[in-house]
Design a protein around this ligand. Structure first.
Ligand SMILES: *Cc1c(COP(=O)(O)O)cnc(C)c1O
Length: 360
């Protein structure tokens, strides 16, 4: 008695991927980025599994950090965008949250805050992404103000973020790296640059702290095949089953809006997953799925609760057969391409309707 649709989250794969990130950059400390509900995998469960191995976590905001503290996650947690309002600073100090400081208002708020102990501050430098970070020419001044404040620990970290590290032939990464090293060279502070793509493909960007996100969940962010992908194992598997079968004639259409017509007599399997679960409505006809572990193509529009698959070329598909939408046998990046997006978005947009089965 259950809708046959669920997500599997393989926590052993998560831990193995974390160890792989460390192996690729053995000199660095590697924090685990578990923002956006651990990229849709369940932040508390993932943080519990990773906690014995990792020195620190990173999230996007204080709400996400508090959810981890409420679940007895005790390691330091970096707020990647810092605070949004001044009242978060005292909470951050009390809870051992590390603060990214990326704009002048955040600097001012820290200097004026009342804190129970000094804050661990990461100064974010805008080296070329132009989304967050202080201008390189202002770093010396802001650093001096923060260092002079009793509210801030002397052990600060300088950080930056890459815009295009996933593109292996893009020069911007090298330019950002140079700008960062130039801006920080006269200070003794720890450095942090690398996201997953830089951990995997830009060893010069490995520094004191690496920030691993997407790769922990077992897929490569890189735009090309690369040896550093070999140690990754997908953590998320999306499963459902065939719930209905039919034969249609040449010329007949399938689904809302008649977006697909059969070019031959076809066998159509209906599967119990849809955009209400997070499967992307933008997935076009031709998107691969695995029916009984064999590749077949999605045809017609994705509905809220169902999709339709052309199984004409498969041997005897029947109601109840297992269907994998992505997982170890079908890379989420490939599905994302057919949906005009990236694996990051597919993972994070999974909805509450799908039950998660954790394995380890
Ligand atoms: C999300 C994020 C990361 C992790 O990026 P991945 O590509 O998922 O590894 C690292 N640093 C910052 C500042 C981030 O926002």
């Amino acid at each position: 008695m259950a809708r046959p649709s669920y997500m599997v989250v393989d926590l052993a794969a998560l831990i193995a991927n974390y160890q792989w990130a460390r192996q690729l950059a053995p000199q660095a400390q590697t924090m685990a980025v578990v923002k956006a509900n651990a990229y849709g995998h369940g932040a508390v469960a993932c943080a519990r599994a990773l906690q014995p191995s990792v020195p620190a976590f990173a999230v996007a905001c204080i709400e996400e950090a508090m959810d981890l503290r409420d679940a007895n996650i005790t390691k330091p947690i970096l707020l990647l965008e810092g605070t949004f309002t001044a009242d978060e600073i005292a909470v951050a100090a009390a809870q051992d949250f590390w603060l990214m400081v990326e704009n002048p208002l955040q600097v001012e708020a820290i200097l004026n805050a009342h804190v129970c102990r000094p804050l661990k501050v990461w100064i974010k430098i805008d080296t070329g992404m132009h989304r967050q970070g202080l201008h390189p020419s202002k770093i010396k001044g802001y650093r001096a103000q923060l260092m002079a404040s009793p509210k801030v620990l002397d052990e600060m970290v300088f950080a930056t973020h890459f815009a295009s590290a996933d593109e292996l032939s893009n020069d911007l990464t090298q330019i950002q790296l140079q700008q960062f090293l130039q801006t920080t060279k006269s200070f003794e502070h720890a450095l942090s640059l690398a996201n997953s793509a830089a951990i995997m493909a830009w060893p010069k960007a490995h520094a004191d702290w690496n920030r691993a996100g997407y790769m922990l969940y077992g897929n490569s962010p890189l735009d090309q095949d690369h040896p550093s992908s070999q140690g990754l194992k997908p953590v998320m598997q999306l499963w459902s089953s065939v719930i209905s079968m039919r034969q249609i004639e040449t010329g007949e259409s399938v689904g809302y809006g008649q977006s697909w017509h059969a070019l031959r007599p076809s066998t159509i399997a209906t599967v119990a997953i849809g955009y209400g679960d997070g499967y992307p409505r933008s997935a076009a006809s031709g998107t691969p799925v695995l029916v009984n572990n064999q590749r077949a193509s999605l045809v017609g529009r994705v509905s809220m609760d169902m999709i339709t698959i052309d199984v004409t070329e498969l041997s005897e598909t029947k109601i109840g057969d297992p269907v994998c939408l992505w997982g170890p046998g079908l890379n989420i990046n490939e599905v994302a391409q057919h949906a005009g997006t990236i694996g990051y978005e597919l993972m994070t947009r999974m909805t509450q309707r799908l039950p998660i089965r954790y394995t380890d």
